[in-house]
Design a protein around this ligand. Structure first.
Ligand SMILES: Cc1cc2nc3c(=O)[nH]c(=O)nc-3n(C[C@H](O)[C@H](O)[C@H](O)COP(=O)(O)OP(=O)(O)OC[C@H]3O[C@@H](n4cnc5c(N)ncnc54)[C@H](O)[C@@H]3O)c2cc1C
Length: 317
């Protein structure tokens, strides 16, 4: 089986950025990608310098073309296991070998269990105001999350209502929200109301509908890190793997970057983390190549000495 220098699991912003740097560093690199990037539900991406307003799929198509232009390989598939050494197993039975692995599998947004939220996520049910706040600026906004999230969203509109839903709001929270003109709407949210493919409001138990144009929610971020933890990478109890500033995990030869290791990474930060990890991996391989060269050199020297000794003993006979 052919061995790659680096196998990248996940072809989002982090993985493709890493693969581009590695391919340009003349490494044999392959990206295995399952094709489900986190921001797929959004029509446009924002905040990525020079790419603002682009469709998420267009960013990835451009990245994939750049990787292949430098000889990087792309494989559509799902990695199911990484074995030490490294042998990487794909769903369907294929396997690939690599000297180093970089895991950029992203995270899963676990949404609040409110009917309608999952269907509208990335459209008019949002999470990140830096990604989509500008697009709903000055509109009537709701926040079903933490008071802190509501205070942040207030930066984009003067009309923000906070729905604690099932959370408790402290007196301190109420004062801080009040100081920014954010009203607290008590009651459990039973569903979001959609008409004509647009969010119209938030329904509370009792049936009242509070009109809103967009709703911000606070998903629980769950890292897609099982490949890493199965390999023995140190992680906290929620599955977040420990990495150094270059993405190196506690297991030699294994790196992680992007949302798989950092829930706060936006697209441009994930791409940057992938690039940083790629340079560190290349440096690690440079050291590996030096060590292999030195080992070959001393083996050859030992052989020469042995041959010379043998030659002397033959002459002596
Ligand atoms: C609705 C929404 C909108 C967003 N909008 C923006 C925005 O406008 N601007 C912005 O900066 N950020 C935005 N974000 C955040 C952005 O999505 C992330 O910052 C970014 O996707 C992180 O990149 P990544 O490469 O780490 O992970 P991802 O982009 O999620 O890529 C991970 C890839 O790994 C693949 N994968 C996972 N497991 C496996 C496996 N076992 N085998 C093979 N492949 C696998 C996945 O299929 C996926 O293709 C948004 C997020 C959401 C939820």
């Amino acid at each position: 089986m052919d061995e790659y220098d680096v196998l990248v699991v996940g072809g989002g912003a982090a993985g493709l950025s890493a693969a581009l740097v590695l391919a340009r560093a003349r490494r044999r690199v392959v990206v295995v990608d399952a094709g489900a990037p986190r921001n797929a539900p959004a029509a446009h991406l924002h905040g990525f310098l020079s790419r603002d307003g682009m469709a998420p799929r267009d960013l990835l198509a451009a990245g994939r073309a750049e990787v292949t232009r430098y000889g990087g390989h792309l494989v559509d598939g799902t990695v199911v296991a990484i074995e030490p050494g490294f042998r990487v197993r794909l769903a369907g039975g294929a396997s690939l070998a690599a000297r180093r692995v970089l895991v950029t599998t992203g995270l899963r947004d676990e949404l609040p269990d409110i009917p309608g939220v999952a269907e509208r996520f990335g459209r008019d049910v949002l999470h990140c105001p830096y990604c989509h706040g500008y697009e709903v600026r000055d509109q009537p906004l709701g926040v079903v999350s933490s008071p802190h999230h509501a205070l942040l969203v207030r930066q984009w509109s003067a009309d923000v209502l906070y729905f604690p839903h099932t959370a408790t709001v402290t007196q301190d929270d109420r004062e801080r929200l009040g100081a920014r003109g954010i009203r607290v709407i008590e009651g459990k949210v039973t569903r979001i109301v959609v008409e004509g493919d647009r969010l119209r409001g938030v329904e509370l138990d009792g049936g009242a509908v509070v009109p809103r144009a967009a709703l911000f929610v606070g998903p629980r971020f769950v890292p897609n890190s099982s490949l890493l933890t199965s390999l023995g990478c140190a992680a906290d109890e929620d599955g977040w793997v420990a990495v150094d500033p270059a993405g190196r995990t506690s297991v030699a030869g294994v790196w992680a970057a992007g949302n798989a290791a950092d829930p706060r990474a936006a697209l441009i930060t994930a791409a940057g983390a992938g690039s940083t990890a790629a340079m560190a991996i290349n440096a690690d391989l440079v050291e590996d190549d030096i060590a292999a060269g030195l080992a070959a050199f001393s083996a050859a020297a030992e052989r020469q000495v042995a041959d010379a000794v043998l030659g002397d003993s033959h002459h002596g006979m």
